[in-house]
Design a protein around this ligand. Structure first.
Ligand code: COA
Ligand code: AMP
Length: 625
């Protein structure tokens, strides 16, 4: 089938299209309602189907002859460990882990926070929650205690699952003190914390609250999959919005499973039995979808890599893994390819490995910049595919649908909308724009399976943030355009969200944190271009009058504050002290213009600016950076 036909079918006959895809999975009861609408007017896929995602991802394969195939490969250069789990092994481990968390009071619909490094127990914990019909919420290990505490208060979990430590290249990061601090900060009190002790650093346990993972698991009995409805939530994943309060994206079991399974063939061109590797972290959406769920739902072998693209031990780390496990499709963030390119520009390391298994390279998380694209194309004789994603959708909104029709690549473009996504470019008044005109990217409702159906506990925020700007459409928060061939180009966020090393962060939240500093009267944070990380935050701060501490001290304390409040992953390193901030006459800070000045882009002085002279002041200060 051609892409055009597949796409048209997905839009013109969406229910029968997705019903057909849903038949590729084993349901306990096939859904009668393919697409329905709730009392809030929100669409749900496969609402009344009876299923269990863990059954579809593990038990189904064990029952159908795939039990001995490797399901999960754990490769950890930072600890010198390698371990493989067959589908049977993984099913058994997950069933026991589900028994353990059940013993600790978790039942269907309860929330479980998972704050873990990249170890197999993280994957096992996620699948164990799915097995029980509990809702997991994985929090990325690079987040600091206050971020974890906000998520605890919002998700109100019954238990938290964590590990004693994570390892960042050669540094051991103790997770337990961060967890203890978060539990203290949170108003919601959890019953239990189940802690996986890693030998690199043993955690001190709190009597009565903490449970030793390995001991508890040993004595637990395996449990079967609990049937859930298609519209029951599988997980909540928090992502940055424009304010300090993260948004709990809710993903439902039914639509998620169907879209995941479909994407493995249509986007990634993989078959059951193939080895697929998403070099991401289980704390991010890419990790949820393409380290854990999609490859397993499709019967592939997935890889959990506890390392970095460089320094573990060198820029050949990825190529070693690809050759060792015969990876067919590799997916990571452009920042990782840039890090490798920087260390090994000539690609000498690539030559050390047999990469003949590798058929396609994928990138997402930020735009794949043309120089990095060209480098990849030059060094590898395989298609290099950029595809556009959001935590909210859980899978690519636009991609080269390589499993349907391999289309010619245009560097800088995410190619074409994935089936089910009816993408429009709109001006600020909701008028559709023509080819090559840049505007807001919106997606016509209903969104296809797997996309968020609400913000956890806050349907009004879901509606106001995504659905009300252009009635009948989902507002993506990204800007871009279609060219004359229907190729989509993503030009960046239209709000205060930035992407640092493929990690989504809120500059609004950073401003809220800076504003808590005693010496600061006013501030703004913008995301500026960075050769390695794509974007990094840059702060501008006006000091209160009478402040006696030095500028340097203030700058250092802001770096520290950001590490304590958000975590090292914020990569907040620099503040420019200014006398004034450029604003419109109505008082809105002109962040976009400031960003353009820092990045050396051409800019138009906004007609609404209050005092254009401030832009020159900023330029002068930046010149002294
Ligand atoms: N736990 C604790 N700390 C973490 C962490 C984790 N899981 N992940 C990152 N950090 C820390 C790092 O140690 C670093 O701390 P430091 O400031 O004390 O040195 C900080 O957060 C910033 O990390 P990062 O942005 O990863 O920068 P880096 O310079 O350490 O590494 C890259 C740069 C490009 C190698 C790295 O960002 C990378 O591998 N990126 C791939 C991105 C990715 O997988 N994105 C997922 C979406 S697809
Ligand atoms: P996240 O929710 O963390 O996946 O981040 C989503 C955001 O990352 C999107 O809204 C985009 O701004 C950006 N993004 C992801 N993939 C791409 C891509 N291929 N091209 C451009 N931007 C991207």
């Amino acid at each position: 089938m051609s892409y055009k036909n597949e796409y048209r079918e997905s839009i013109d006959n969406s229910s029968s299209f997705w019903e057909d895809k849903a038949r590729d999975l084993e349901w306990f009861e096939f859904p009668g309602e393919i697409l329905s609408k709730d009392s809030e007017g929100i669409h749900h896929w496969f609402a009344d189907g009876k299923m269990n995602t863990c059954h579809m991802a593990l038990d189904y394969h064990v029952n159908n002859g795939r039990g001995d195939q490797i399901a999960l490969i754990y490769d950890s250069p930072v600890t010198g460990t390698k371990k493989q789990y067959s589908y049977s092994d993984l099913r058994d481990e997950v069933a026991k882990c589900a028994g353990m968390i059940g013993d600790n009071g978790v039942t269907k619909g309860d929330r479980v926070i998972i704050y873990m490094p990249m170890i197999p127990e993280s994957v096992i914990a996620m699948l164990a929650c799915a097995r029980l019909g509990a809702i997991h919420s994985v929090v990325f290990g690079g987040f600091a205690s206050p971020e974890l505490a906000v998520r605890i208060d919002d998700a109100r979990p019954k238990i938290i699952m964590s590990a004693s430590c994570g390892i960042e290249i050669n540094r051991v990061i103790d997770y337990k003190p961060l967890l203890d601090n978060a539990v203290d900060l949170a108003k919601h009190k959890v019953d239990k914390c189940i802690i996986f002790q890693r030998e690199q650093s043993l955690a001190t346990m709190i009597k009565g609250r903490d449970v030793d993972w390995s001991t508890a698991c040993e004595s637990a009995s395996p449990v079967d999959c609990v049937p859930v409805r298609g519209d029951d939530p599988l997980y909540i994943l928090y992502t940055s919005g424009t304010t300090g309060k993260p948004k709990g994206v809710v993903r439902e079991n039914g639509g998620h499973a169907v879209a995941m399974k479909y994407s493995m063939d249509s986007i990634y061109s993989t078959d059951p039995g193939d080895v697929y590797w998403a070099a991401s972290d289980v704390g991010w959406v890419v990790g949820h979808s393409y380290i854990v769920y999609a490859p397993l739902l499709h019967g592939c072998t997935t890889i959990l890599f506890e390392g970095k693209p460089i320094m573990t031990p060198d820029a050949g780390a990825f190529w070693r893994v690809v050759s060792e496990y015969k990876v067919k499709a590799l997916f990571t963030a452009p920042t990782a390819y840039r890090a490798i390119k920087k260390e090994d520009p000539e690609g000498e390391m690539i030559k050390n490995y047999d990469l003949s298994s590798l058929e396609t390279i994928f990138a997402a998380g930020e735009r794949l910049d043309p120089p990095t694209y060209e480098w990849l194309v030059d060094k590898f004789d395989v298609p290099v595919i950029d595809h556009w994603w959001q935590t909210e959708t859980g899978w690519a909104i636009a991609s080269n649908m390589t499993g349907i029709e391999k289309m010619p690549v245009k560097p800088g473009s995410a190619t074409v909308p994935a089936p089910g996504f009816e993408v429009s470019i709109m001006d600020d008044n909701g008028n559709e724009l023509n080819h090559n005109e840049q505007g807001n990217i919106a997606i016509k409702l209903p969104l296809p399976p797997s996309c968020l159906t609400t913000i956890w506990g806050d349907v009004e925020r879901f509606k106001s943030g995504y659905l009300e700007t252009f009635p009948g459409y989902y507002l993506s928060g990204d800007g871009g355009y279609f060219d004359e061939d229907g190729y989509l180009f993503i030009m960046g966020r239209t709000d205060d969200v930035i992407n640092v090393s493929g990690h989504r962060l809120s500059t609004g939240e950073m401003e809220e944190i800076i504003a808590t500093h005693d010496a600061i009267a006013e501030c703004a944070v913008v995301g500026i271009s960075d050769n390695l990380k794509g974007q990094v935050p840059l702060g501008f701060a006006i000091l209160k009058s009478g402040v006696t501490i030095s500028d340097n001290e203030i700058k250092q304390s802001l770096v520290q504050l950001m590490r304590e409040k958000i975590g090292p992953v914020a990569c907040y390193k620099e503040t420019v002290i200014v006398e004034r901030l450029p604003k419109t006459r109505s008082g809105k800070i002109l962040r976009k213009t400031m960003r353009q000045i820092v990045d050396g882009e051409e800019y138009v002085v906004p007609s609404t600016i209050d005092d254009p002279a401030i832009l020159d002041e900023i330029k002068e200060l930046l010149g002294k950076r």
